[in-house]
Design a protein around this ligand. Structure first.
Ligand SMILES: C[S@@+](CC[C@H](N)C(=O)[O-])C[C@H]1O[C@@H](n2cnc3c(N)ncnc32)[C@H](O)[C@@H]1O
Length: 348
């Protein structure tokens, strides 16, 4: 449908809910489905996990993605959890699609699920790598009155946002049981964060941006107490899609410089001083539904974003991002791509 009063549409940018955008999403779903079927296999080829630098383009990633500006993220994430990873609606695709949970409730349910699967006892020291806006931390501080938490992010915007939250006496982050660190994950962060200081190290939506997983796990090994454990939640494919291991050959790499999608099985093993305790695959319709809501929110709030904060090229960039990610999770009823969760115990 043509709308001559809409400058974005005149620039060829279609809004959420338009037939044109739905048709674009359908074309991408077909593309991902076809590619997925080509690579679907019972074989599990080995995936290199210990090569090269820890992250391929960490600075670009922070500049191009996470530091787009707090206002941008406020306009599509839910305000209660500001969680920038999959919300948990249910275990099956049907449950994920038919659930009557709000986005806020589904994000809080993800926090509870992860706390349970991490086997938190409530009086431990936890380090969360890639802490985003710090709401998983608030949830844990409120749920467990004796827990102590440290978070690390390499986004200056997120760090400043968290620092501001820590000044507010009504915010759980001001409890004195929380610390935030700004920086990249590397060998130097071990002394900064504290050698053998943590009972648990966790991450959500971070490992996709780590290139050398063995190096990452070796760093965590040094941060954990001898009986410590680690938990990771990340986007995975079911089977290996080779181009998703090469950030420069996917559009995902354009949005998340250095980003990869590993097959679920790749981390389901003992590795670099850790014993795998358990692993779970979460159906991709959970992420589809989360992205659908983020995409709708983005367009509902577009007047706060365009033209003041973002030009039309940038609106197109982010609009395509939501469509692309949704289309990736949709094929095969959410079983082709989803999220993997992994719990490991440190081996001395
Ligand atoms: C997708 S966001 C997820 C944020 C949060 N865990 C959540 O669930 O909302 C990924 C987080 O990882 C951080 N991150 C990515 N690569 C990093 C690196 N190399 N060093 C430190 N932090 C990194 C980002 O700054 C961001 O906070």
């Amino acid at each position: 449908m043509k709308n001559d009063n809409d400058p974005l549409q005149q620039a060829g940018i279609y809004r959420y809910g338009t037939d044109e955008l739905k048709a674009f999403e359908q074309r991408l779903i077909k593309y991902f489905s076809r590619e997925y079927r080509q690579h679907s296999s019972d074989d599990q080829p080995e995936v290199p996990l210990g090569q090269g630098p820890l992250a391929l383009a960490a600075e670009d990633l922070a500049d191009n993605h996470y530091d787009e500006g707090i206002n941008f993220f406020l306009n599509f994430l839910d305000r209660q959890t500001m969680s920038y990873t999959m919300a948990y609606y249910g275990d099956t695709p049907e449950a994920a699609l038919s659930s009557d949970k709000t986005l806020e409730q589904a994000q809080t349910d993800k926090f509870s699920l992860i706390a349970r699967r991490m086997q938190l006892s409530g009086d431990e020291k936890l380090l969360n790598f890639g802490c985003g806006f710090g709401y998983f931390e608030s949830f844990l501080l409120e749920t467990y009155p004796e827990i102590e938490i440290a978070g690390l992010t390499h986004s200056k915007d997120q760090y400043d946002f968290i620092k501001r939250r820590m000044q507010d006496q009504d915010d759980p982050l001001s409890s004195g049981r929380f610390q935030v660190f700004f920086g990249e994950i590397d060998d130097d962060c071990i002394e900064l964060l504290g050698r053998e200081r943590y009972d648990v190290v966790s991450s959500m939506g971070l490992v996709e941006q780590i290139n050398n997983i063995e190096m990452f796990y070796r760093i965590i090994h040094q941060l954990l107490v001898p009986s410590g454990r680690m938990f990771h939640h990340l986007i995975v494919s079911r089977d290996l899609i080779p181009r998703f291991l090469e950030p420069d050959s996917t559009l995902i790499g354009e949005y998340f410089p250095g980003g990869k999608v590993l097959p679920f099985y790749a981390l389901k093993d003992d590795i670099a001083g850790f014993r795998l305790e358990d692993a779970w695959f979460l159906n991709g319709m959970n992420y589809w539904r989360t992205l659908e809501k983020w995409h709708a929110n983005f367009w509902e709030n577009i007047s706060h974003i365009y033209p003041e904060k973002m030009d039309s090229a940038r609106v197109e960039y982010w609009n395509n991002y939501f469509v692309l990610c949704k289309a990736m999770f949709f094929p095969e009823n959410g079983t082709a791509y989803g999220n993997g969760q992994y719990l490991y115990y440190k081996q001395s």
